[in-house]
Design a protein around this ligand. Structure first.
Ligand SMILES: [Zn+2]
Ligand SMILES: [Zn+2]
Length: 392
């Protein structure tokens, strides 16, 4: 039981800190303990470690660690992907080795199907075009979405690709391309960017992982329960539900140790499942809200400025003239996109060289919800835009 508890705690701890590292920057979590630990992990802790390194080794370890970190986070490599595949393959192997004998026929048919799905969907997501913006498809990429004049303004040229950046795109330094409707570069799983053309493949992959883990928890728990009853750990006339929670967990721990492979798969699937579900729910939430991971970062900057009272808004009745890029005829290019906004913004900032434009009624923005998101067409259209994306 001691070992089981320790292994369980280690897996839970890794899942928990991975969750904080990846989601702590999300606007909703920024002012919570999760956001504080995230800032500690990415901001204060590296500074402390670098200070200790300079103090005790003369700065020997820092460059090595940052070299490895840079390689892992900013280069295309299959290291993390291989780690994931090893976990899934190891889990499946352990399950089949000891659990196959207990399975009824119907599950013997389903297990291979559910087991193979993460591999197929991962292959698809990893090898799909996320929406590379090239000179050939640049015109079509410009037509996909209108500029919202909040997070995306016309007339910005990518310094690497030398192309006008389409609305919602971002240059990925790992893929060395601008990516249409850039979501994020996924180092953890698919070693590829997630963008306009392959967000759906990424969601299918997350879904397949969730199904595998849920099915794994269900089957391993069922097997452990049966072993529980068969070995007569408790008298047969005592229903399991009548046992106190602490005794139940203690007995479960004993069975996990006895059926160590099944027990390990149960622990692995249930504890990493939390992380996998968190990812899926987060991405479904982003789609529902008509935004992307990349845009969430931008929105959270807006939220900070709004909190400081630095954002002013004007809402003229008619479209303001687009002065930023006279070559770009927005209405002509994005006629198909149904949503527009007339909102104007001004950021109060000592470095802002532009004076507050006259002729408008300005007021302070109190909350992010006052700003129109032109990319949010309502949840059903948002999902449609992800699962039947505009072609490039
Ligand atoms: Zn670029
Ligand atoms: Zn990328």
């Amino acid at each position: 039981m001691g070992i089981v508890r320790q292994v369980g705690l280690v897996i839970l701890g890794i899942s928990f800190f991975t969750f904080i590292a990846l989601f702590g920057h999300v606007p909703r979590l920024r002012s919570t303990p999760i956001g504080w630990i995230n800032r500690f992990m990415w901001g204060i802790l590296p500074r402390w470690l670098s200070y200790l390194d300079r103090r005790f080794t003369g700065g020997y370890i820092g460059p090595l660690v940052s070299g490895v970190g840079k390689y892992l986070m900013h280069e295309k490599h299959p290291v993390v992907m291989a780690f994931y595949l090893t976990l899934v393959s190891g889990g499946l192997y352990m399950f089949v080795k000891d659990g196959w004998q207990y399975l009824p026929l119907i599950h013997k048919i389903f297990v291979p199907v559910v087991g193979i799905l993460p591999y197929i969907t991962m292959y698809h997501a990893a090898n799909s075009d996320p929406g590379f913006v090239t000179p050939e498809n640049h015109e079509r990429a410009l037509r996909s979405y209108p500029y919202d004049h909040v997070n995306f303004r016309p007339g910005v040229i990518c310094r690497t690709c030398h192309l006008r950046k389409p609305a919602r795109s971002k240059h990925c330094s790992t893929c060395k391309h601008c990516i249409a409707k850039h979501d994020h570069h996924c180092v953890v799983w698919i070693n590829n960017c997630v963008g306009q053309l392959n967000i759906r493949h990424f969601i299918f992959f997350l879904g397949a992982t969730d199904v595998l883990l849920t099915y794994g928890v269900y089957l391993t728990f069922d097997i452990l329960q049966n072993v529980f009853m068969h070995r007569a750990v408790i008298p047969s006339n005592v229903p399991l539900s009548s046992l106190p929670w602490s005794i139940y967990m203690h007995l479960l721990g004993i069975i996990i140790v006895e059926e160590i492979y099944i027990g390990a798969v149960f622990l692995l699937a249930s504890l990493t499942g939390i992380l996998s579900y968190a990812f899926t729910i987060y991405h479904l939430y982003l789609i529902w809200a008509g935004t992307t991971t990349n845009e969430t970062m931008k929105w959270s900057d807006w939220q900070d400025d709004i909190k400081n009272g630095d954002i002013l808004i004007a809402e003229p009745e008619e479209d303001p003239p687009c002065a930023e890029d006279s070559e770009y005829d927005e209405d002509e290019l994005c006629r198909h996109w149904p949503k527009r906004t007339t909102q104007l913004f001004y950021r109060r900032d000592p470095e802002n060289a532009i004076d507050l434009p006259r002729g408008f009624l300005w007021r302070r923005v109190e909350s992010l919800s006052e700003i129109d998101n032109v990319y949010d067409l309502g949840w059903s259209k948002n999902f449609e835009d992800v699962f039947w994306p505009q072609k490039l």
